[in-house]
Design a binder for this molecule. Structure first.
Ligand SMILES: Cc1cc2nc3c(=O)[nH]c(=O)nc-3n(C[C@H](O)[C@H](O)[C@H](O)COP(=O)(O)OP(=O)(O)OC[C@H]3O[C@@H](n4cnc5c(N)ncnc54)[C@H](O)[C@@H]3O)c2cc1C
Length: 397
């Protein structure tokens, strides 16, 4: 029987792909068996999903085949759905089989959090995957066709985006850019279209520099986005949303971007979680399971002020690198490396040629911030796929 340690990585998103690539680089021949499990055979750029969702970029610019990112002689790619993690047995149950592991890396990403708001789970759409954005894109376009078939259906031209955090703002901006095109194509008066961005917190882009928030809102208001800030969605129905103020917005399209939680499989595995996220140690290990590493949106880590790091691609990628190093260290009986987050800054795109950014201790807005966003995207493509991927998927203009 083989005594080679088995490493199983669950999820090929930002954290999982970086872990797999680093393991592939660091492990010697026959030092470990590595299996990467993902529900699709492609890796998608979650940070870019708002564009195909609104229809301002193609689905193909948002994903890449995993086999182009890893060496399948070194890593076994299993396309399947993870259904259960059995910690006591060191097994993972897939839709079509079972895998046993010595070391497990959980990088399954987050799920939308609806905070128990009635009707959101049933009636709102979420920007989470290629399939979900494909649906949103088709749905939006269909609303224009429906309206043209029956112009009394004005709810078809009302779009509600719940949440004005990063993904909400980025999506609203793309939608605002897309609407004029759709109006032209379907011969609809743009003045009849309403885009509402509803946020329960007292500000849009909570936690971001107030001057940049103001700039972002001004840009979006010029694109005719109507903000309802400090207003909670009380209920979502098949007809639209009911706000805490009592106002009802009739809308055939409600997209929820207002919250994210960890994957439910983690709670089901028996880990103690806070909104599905597990508090991991400095080495990215799960409590009481030294052989289980949890990274990305499923992990919970705190900064020096004791505040949790928000779940971002940036932290997931950095964790992926350290996670691979620590799995190799565990196999070799070497010392582990502490994870220390290095904040490279934050950029929020505001549609074509506009963005706000806070990086290198400075604030940026407008065209320059939009270029920064492209640099961030291209840097990621370069890290995972080299210059070839940058040339294929990068957006240069
Ligand atoms: C619209 C949007 C915009 C964003 N913009 C930014 C940004 O600008 N900057 C930033 O830093 N962060 C951004 N984020 C957050 C960022 O995308 C996440 O924090 C990051 O993707 C987390 O990485 P991860 O590796 O934990 O999970 P993910 O990248 O989500 O990967 C999880 C993987 O696991 C797979 N998977 C899930 N469940 C199963 C299962 N049961 N079986 C098999 N496979 C499964 C998924 O298909 C996916 O491939 C954005 C998020 C969204 C939604």
């Amino acid at each position: 029987m083989s005594t080679i340690p088995k490493i199983v990585i669950l999820g090929a998103g930002y954290g999982g792909i970086l872990t797999a690539q680093r393991l592939q680089k660091e492990l010697n021949y026959n030092e470990a068996d590595v299996t990467l499990v993902n529900r699709h055979d492609y890796h998608y750029f979650t940070t870019h999903l708002h564009m195909p969702a609104a229809g301002t970029d193609s689905i193909d610019n948002t994903r890449v085949s995993i086999s182009k990112l890893i060496d399948e002689f070194k890593i076994d790619l299993v396309k399947s759905n993870v259904q259960e993690i059995r910690l006591a047995e060191k097994k993972v149950v897939l839709q079509d089989g079972t895998l046993s592991y010595d070391y497990l890396v959980i990088a399954l990403g987050g799920e939308p959090e609806t905070f128990g708001i009635p009707g959101l789970a049933e009636h709102a759409m979420t920007i989470r995957s290629i399939n979900s954005v494909r649906f949103i894109r088709q749905h939006i376009e269909y609303q224009f066709a429906l309206y043209k078939a029956d112009e009394s259906r004005t709810e078809c031209l009302n779009f509600v985006v719940g949440g004005a955090g990063f993904s909400g703002i980025e999506f609203v901006a793309e939608l605002a850019d897309r609407i004029p095109e759709l109006c032209k194509e379907y011969d609809v008066d743009p003045n009849l279209v309403n885009i509402y961005n509803v946020e329960a917190a007292p500000t849009a882009l909570p936690g971001f520099d107030p001057e940049l928030v103001e700039y972002a809102m001004d840009v979006l208001k010029k694109k005719k986005v109507q903000f309802k800030i400090g207003v909670a969605i009380k209920e979502c129905t098949a007809d639209g949303v009911l706000l805490a103020t009592g106002e009802e917005i009739k809308a055939a399209t409600v997209v929820w971007t207002g919250g994210i939680r960890g994957n439910r499989l983690i709670e089901a595995a028996g880990f103690e979680t806070a909104r599905g996220r597990v508090k991991i140690n400095d080495f990215l290990q799960a409590p009481e399971h030294d052989n289980v590493f949890i990274i990305g949106d499923n992990s919970l880590m705190f900064n020096e002020e004791g505040r949790p790091y928000p779940p971002t691609a940036q932290i997931a990628m950095q964790q992926g690198v350290v996670c691979a190093q620590n799995v190799v260290a565990a196999i070799r009986g070497k010392e582990f490396k502490k994870f220390v987050f290095s904040n490279k800054g934050t950029v929020a795109s505001l549609g074509k040629g506009e963005a706000v950014a806070s990086a290198f201790g400075k604030k940026y807005k407008g065209w320059i911030a939009a270029q920064l966003k492209k640099v961030v995207d291209m840097r990621y493509l370069f890290i995972i796929g080299g210059i070839g991927l940058v040339l294929k998927k990068g957006r240069f203009l």
